[in-house]
Design a protein around this ligand. Structure first.
Ligand code: ADP
Ligand code: ASP
Ligand code: MG
Length: 403
C-alpha cells in the first residue's frame, strides 16, 4: 500500500461531470489499496471571476480581503469533490488550508508555506477518510493567505512532503510536460522525464504547467513528482533528480512569457552607486526586475535597461524618474508589447554554440532580439510580442524538439 497525493487543477474539476470523474479516479486508487490525500484547485475560471468581481468594487482591493475572497474558490471545490467521493462509497472529508494545518509567512498574494501541522490529515488517513484539501491557501497570524496564481501545485507537493507520501501526482488538462506549450506549438512532444533543475527553470520562465515553488519544494524534499492527464490513463512525465537521468539533452524545452515591458535610463553619469540606488528603490516598491543590461556609451556615461511585467511598468518608470535628475540621466524610456522566449537544457553547460543557434532561429522568424540573458542551463531573449508565435515554433524546430 502506498500513500498518494493527487492534485486536480481547475479544468479537471471544472464541472459536475468532471468532479464525478475525479472522484471515480480517486475511488479506483483507494480500491487498489492506496491511501490517498486529494488537493483541488477552484473550478474552471472561478479565481479569474473572483478577481474580476473585486475589481468592480475597488481599484486597489485590500490585500487581506483579496486573499479571503480568492480562497473561497478552492473551498467550493473541496466540498463538491468530497460529496462526489461519498457517492462512490468512499469516506472523505473536506479541509480548508487552515484546517489542514498549512501555515504561511504573513504576506498576502504570494505567501510561502512555512510549516504544515499535518496531525489532522494524518488522523483522517488513519480513519480511512480521504482528506480533500483546498490548494492555494494557508493561514498566517489568523488571516487567510494565498500562495500566488497556480499555487495549488505547491500545496500538493508541500502536503506530500509533510505526509512523506510515496508520490505526488499532478492531474491537469495535458498529458504531461511537453517540449513547449502544446497550445502554442502543435508538434510539441511529451517528455517521459525531466530533471527538477530543468523543470524549475521552465516553470520560472513561464511554463504554466507547474508552479515554480512546487518544483522547488519537490527538489528540496525529494518528493517524487508526476504530471499527467486527468482525462486519460496515459503515463505522464516524471520529474526526477538530474543524477538519475538516462541522458542529458542539450535543449529540453522552450518556455515563454508574455506582457513583458522594458525600461531604459539613457545617458546616465557613471557612479559607483547608481545601480544600487535604483534597484534598491525598485525592490522596496516590490517591483520584480528580470533581465538587466548595462552598457557604457561614452566615457563617463552609461545606459541601463531592465525588464518588468507590464503591470509594474508605470511604477518602475515613476521610480526611475525620481532618480533621473540626481543621477544625471537624460531620458527614461519605456517599451511595452514585449515577450520573453527561453530555451532550457541541462546539456547546454558543456555545449558551446547553443545561443548562436537560437539567435539564428529567431532571425529566421524575423524576431528582433532586444535583450539577452543566460545562465548555465538557459538562454532567454526579449523580443516583440507579435513575433512570439513564429519565434517559438522556429526555435522548437531549430533544436529538433519534435523528434
Ligand atoms: P491546472 O489548472 O491543471 O493547474 P494549468 O493551466 O495551470 O492547469 O497548466 C496546464 C497548462 O500549462 C496546459 O494547458 C498548457 O497550455 C500549459 N503549458 C505551458 N507550458 C507547458 C509545457 N511545457 N508542457 C505542458 N503544458 C504547458
Ligand atoms: N485557483 C488558483 C489559480 O487559479 C490556484 C490554482 O489553480 O493553482 O491561480
Ligand atoms: Mg496550474
Amino acid at each position: 500500500m502506498s500513500l498518494l497525493v493527487m492534485k486536480f487543477g481547475g479544468t479537471s474539476v471544472g464541472s459536475p461531470e468532471r468532479i464525478r470523474a475525479v472522484a471515480a479516479r480517486v475511488a479506483r486508487a483507494v480500491a487498489d489499496g492506496h491511501q490517498c490525500a486529494v488537493i483541488v484547485s477552484a473550478m474552471g475560471h472561478t479565481t479569474d471571476e473572483l478577481v474580476g468581481l473585486a475589481a468592480e468594487i475597488a481599484e486597489q482591493p485590500d490585500r487581506r480581503e483579496m486573499d479571503a475572497l480568492l480562497a473561497t474558490g478552492e473551498q467550493i471545490a473541496t466540498a463538491l469533490v468530497a460529496m462526489a467521493l461519498h457517492e462512490t462509497g468512499v469516506k472523505a472529508a473536506s479541509f480548508t488550508g487552515w484546517q489542514a494545518g498549512i501555515q504561511t509567512e504573513p504576506v498576502h498574494g504570494a505567501a510561502r508555506i512555512e510549516a504544515i501541522d499535518a496531525s489532522a490529515l494524518v488522523s483522517s488517513l488513519h480513519q480511512n477518510v480521504v482528506p480533500v484539501i483546498a490548494g492555494f491557501q494557508g493561514i498566517a497570524q489568523g488571516a487567510v493567505t494565498t500562495l500566488g496564481r497556480g499555487g495549488s501545485d505547491t500545496t500538493a507537493v508541500a502536503v506530500a512532503a509533510a505526509l512523506r507520501a510515496d508520490r505526488c501526482e499532478i492531474y491537469t488538462d495535458v498529458n504531461g510536460v511537453y517540449t513547449a506549450d502544446p497550445r502554442l506549438v502543435q508538434n510539441a512532444r511529451k517528455l517521459m522525464e525531466i530533471s527538477y533543475e530543468e523543470m524549475l527553470e521552465l516553470a520560472n520562465l513561464g511554463s504554466q504547467v507547474l508552479h515554480p515553488r512546487a518544483v522547488e519544494t519537490a527538489k528540496r524534499n525529494g518528493v517524487a513528482l508526476v504530471v499527467r492527464s486527468s482525462f486519460s490513463n496515459e503515463e505522464g512525465t516524471v520529474i526526477r533528480d538530474m543524477a538519475t537521468m538516462e541522458r542529458l539533452r542539450i535543449v529540453t524545452g522552450v518556455a515563454c512569457e508574455k506582457e513583458v515591458a522594458r525600461v531604459a535610463l539613457l545617458g546616465m553619469t557613471v557612479s559607483h552607486h547608481h545601480l544600487a540606488d535604483i534597484f534598491s528603490a525598485l525592490a522596496q516598491a516590490s517591483v520584480n526586475v528580470d533581465v538587466i543590461v548595462q552598457s557604457v556609451v561614452k566615457t563617463g556615461e552609461t545606459d541601463v535597461s531592465f525588464t518588468v511585467s507590464e503591470g509594474d511598468v508605470a511604477r518602475a518608470v515613476d521610480i526611475c524618474e525620481e532618480f533621473a535628475t540626481r543621477l544625471g540621466c537624460q531620458e527614461v524610456k519605456q517599451e511595452t508589447g514585449l515577450s520573453k522566449i527561453s530555451i532550457v537544457g541541462a546539456g547546454m553547460i558543456s555545449n558551446p554554440g547553443v545561443a548562436a543557434h537560437m539567435f539564428q532561429a529567431l532571425a529566421a522568424a524575423q524576431a528582433d532580439i532586444k535583450m539577452v540573458s543566460t545562465s548555465e542551463i538557459k538562454v532567454s531573449c526579449i523580443i516583440a510580442a507579435d513575433s512570439l508565435d513564429a519565434a517559438v515554433q522556429s526555435v522548437h524546430d531549430a533544436f529538433s524538439l519534435a523528434e
